[in-house]
Design a protein around this ligand. Structure first.
Ligand SMILES: C[S@@+](CC[C@H](N)C(=O)[O-])C[C@H]1O[C@@H](n2cnc3c(N)ncnc32)[C@H](O)[C@@H]1O
Length: 344
């Protein structure tokens, strides 16, 4: 494996002709080192004046399944909007570009990605798909399904944290498309989002493209409904982070002592998701200490930034990417955008 900034371009195509590249076994989740890092990150977040947890901890197997349920909720327009844009835009784009590989950050179930994969399998049989995700078990089962449905493609799942440097396969066939869909970019603060784009840009070569799916600013009622569904699935997803901490860190959060809250901060142009303590409560994380939550005190568990075209163009520019293409829609109420970048 090579570093994102240092990827060779020989070897895979030749070796693939003889035998499929075996997928390395996924590491157990988490290793002791990962648990140490997770504990340190969690503690740092809980020690801030506004207690905070990274949204990446939502995604164990259950969290990934809950997110999939969210994507099917009537209130959760982003998945439907992005799917409509991909359906309208991607087939022609892929047929022209004929990518030899697709690297997708935060791939999840890779359901919408199938629109891209259909085109890639038709235009470039033998192409490589590298779904990258932090949710190891879920990623592997998604990859198994994709291998069955796309026998002409080389599926190489990669468990990694996109907030850090990712080690991609050394000989990634080119041209490559790097994709970040589902408005996952919105979970990063502007500086971290630009840093993520810049790390991705460092892995790109001339002829490669970056495809970003980003949710756009809109009516507050539409936004808030999407994160406060009537069925309570988003609430269960939000609370799941406490189950993850209890299991992975042997913590003792009383999940029933917290409730879900999500609201749009118009000034910061972002949804914030919080867990609110219903009563004074403490939680102990072995090896890290005991944390107290006053009644009504909140832990911020996710931000989801909402954009406009100028913001995306500015983030691309900050990362050394040129905005080459832009589509938004499918209607004014549920506007979402696909942005295509190339090296500037
Ligand atoms: C909002 S969901 C989007 C899933 C899918 N791309 C879609 O559009 O429906 C975010 C995805 O990114 C993954 N994820 C979240 N934080 C991550 C991180 N730091 N590194 C890698 N994957 C991450 C989650 O497991 C999840 O699959």
């Amino acid at each position: 494996m090579g570093d994102v900034g240092d990827m060779g371009d020989v070897g895979v195509a030749a070796s693939r002709a003889d035998a499929p590249t075996p997928t390395p076994p996924l590491p157990p989740s988490p290793t002791p080192e990962e648990a140490d890092r997770m504990r340190a990150e969690v503690v740092a977040g809980l020690q801030r004046p506004q207690k905070e947890l990274s949204p990446k901890w939502f995604y164990d197997q259950r969290g990934s399944e809950l997110f999939e349920e969210i994507t099917r909720l009537p209130e959760y327009y982003p998945t439907r909007s992005e799917r409509a844009l991909l359906t309208a835009f991607a087939p022609e784009w892929i047929a022209e570009l004929r990518p030899a590989s697709l690297v997708e950050l935060g791939a999840g179930a890779a359901d919408k990605t199938r629109i891209l994969l259909d085109g890639i399998q038709a235009a470039s049989p033998g192409a490589t798909y590298v779904p990258v995700d932090i949710s190891a078990e879920f990623l592997e089962s998604a990859a198994e399904g994709l291998r069955e449905d796309y026998p002409e493609l080389e599926i190489q799942p990669l468990v990694a944290d996109m907030a850090e440097r990712i080690r991609l396969p050394e000989s990634l066939p080119r041209p490559a498309v790097f994709a970040l869909l589902g408005s996952t970019i919105g979970n990063f603060r502007p500086g971290a989002a630009v840093a993520l784009l810049a790390r991705t840009r460092a892995a790109m070569r001339d002829g490669d493209r970056f495809l970003l799916g980003a949710d756009l600013d809109k009516d507050v009622d539409v936004l808030e409904a999407a994160y406060n569904d009537a069925a309570g699935i988003t609430a269960a997803f939000n609370l799941n982070v406490l189950h993850v901490l209890n299991r992975e860190l042997d913590a003792d959060f009383d999940v029933a002592a917290f409730r879900h809250r999500a609201f749009y901060d118009r000034a910061k142009q972002r949804i914030e998701m919080h867990l609110v303590a219903r009563r004074p409560v403490t939680a102990t994380i072995p090896g890290a200490g005991t944390f107290a939550f006053a009644e009504g005190e909140t832990v911020r568990t996710e931000i989801s930034c909402k954009y406009d075209r100028a913001m995306i163009e500015g983030m691309f520019a900050g990362a050394g990417l040129l905005l080459e293409g832009w589509v938004d829609g499918p209607d004014h109420v549920h506007r979402f955008a696909l942005a295509v970048g190339r090296l500037s």
